[in-house]
Design a protein around this ligand. Structure first.
Ligand SMILES: NC(=O)c1ccc[n+]([C@@H]2O[C@H](COP(=O)([O-])OP(=O)(O)OC[C@H]3O[C@@H](n4cnc5c(N)ncnc54)[C@H](OP(=O)(O)O)[C@@H]3O)[C@@H](O)[C@H]2O)c1
Length: 302
């Protein structure tokens, strides 16, 4: 029996739920945190009561229905994502508890040095995407988190699951009236959540781009959706400038270089994103067929 004890923040969240299931499947001891991140004394008490060897932080505000919410809820965003995240990192670090933070890679946008199809952003590159309060503050916090020993920051991007959860990037773009078409780094959760637990096991520290290698475009994903899930599905593209007119905050588009993560885990095979997406759609088709959702109950545009 492992002497590892996990304490998970974000028990009611999308990633948090998946991590809880995975930890239990792996036979790990997992406790679900009750404290709110900004309540430092409660977090400290919980750490001292549970005495975890590992903390996983999948808590934070992402906004509902989307990150535009953060533009008009700036104090709430700071409270959870800045004050709360720093509280937890500081307390874990001072108690020598390994802390994995599920953060975001949406802190960059393509630029002259990092073009579509060109070199990806490294963990050492300064954030250059400020067009969203959520992303801007995540970038600031990441820079502060670098100071703390025992803290591992994982830059998640456009997470993808094997179902039609409304949080799944696939579901989101399937339901849009119009969609941009830009290659991006993405995080296939079935592949990468186990990778994060392996990284925690090794007590890796610092910042990691946490995506499948490569980049995939919106149209490539929608074409696969049509091939595997709904042959009757059609989509219409529009430009980023047209998209900007219907959004409050800007959206980040970038490719992250994942060599640091891949090199840290030579024993793990981390699939290239196009290969990974074939796996996603095969599993999705099986899941949706078993649930009776294919062919009649597939999501329609709202
Ligand atoms: N989903 C995405 O598209 C995406 C993309 C990139 C990165 N990420 C990152 O991954 C992390 C998890 O995302 P998710 O999609 O799983 O989020 P989610 O479904 O919105 O879940 C967020 C979780 O955080 C908890 N929480 C919020 N504020 C809290 C606070 N102050 N103290 C303690 N718990 C708090 C929520 O609990 P309550 O419901 O009780 O408030 C909930 O359990 C986020 O930090 C996000 O930045 C997500």
């Amino acid at each position: 029996m492992s002497d590892q004890v996990y304490l998970l923040y974000g028990k009611t969240g999308w990633l948090g739920g998946k991590l809880t299931t995975l930890l239990r499947e792996q036979g790990k001891t997992v406790h679900l945190a009750d404290s709110r991140l900004e309540n430092r004394e409660s977090v400290l008490k919980e750490l001292e009561t549970i005495k975890p060897t590992h903390v996983l932080n999948a808590a934070g505000v992402t906004g509902r229905p989307n990150v535009d919410w953060c533009e008009s809820h700036r104090p709430e965003t700071i409270r959870a994502n800045v004050i709360g995240t720093l509280n937890l990192a500081d307390l874990c670090s001072s108690k020598s508890i390994h802390c994995t933070i599920y953060a975001t890679g949406c802190i960059y946008e393509y630029d002259a040095e990092h073009t579509i199809g060109g070199k990806g952003f490294l963990e050492s590159d300064a954030p250059n995407f400020k067009a969203s309060f959520y992303s801007d503050t995540k970038g600031m916090v990441e820079n502060m988190l670098r100071v703390f020993p025992n803290v591992c920051v994982l830059r998640v991007r456009m997470p993808i699951s094997d179902d039609l959860s409304p949080r799944n990037f696939v579901t989101k773009i399937v339901k849009y009236d119009k969609v941009v078409n830009i290659p991006n780094s993405m995080t296939v959760l079935t592949d990468l959540l186990p990778v994060s637990l392996a990284m925690a096991d090794k007590k890796l520290e610092g910042v990691y781009n946490f995506c499948n290698p490569g980049a995939i475009s919106h149209n490539e994903i929608l074409d696969m959706y049509k091939e595997y899930i709904d042959p009757s599905y059609t989509y219409t593209n529009f430009t980023v400038e047209e998209q900007d007119k219907i959004l409050v905050a800007g959206r980040s588009n970038n490719t992250l270089d994942v060599s640091k993560m891949v090199n840290a885990l030579p024993e793990m095979e981390i699939k290239e994103i196009h290969v990974a997406m074939q796996g996603v759609f095969k599993r999705m088709k099986e899941n949706l067929t078993a649930e009776g959702i294919i062919p009649d109950k597939l999501p329609k545009r709202s």
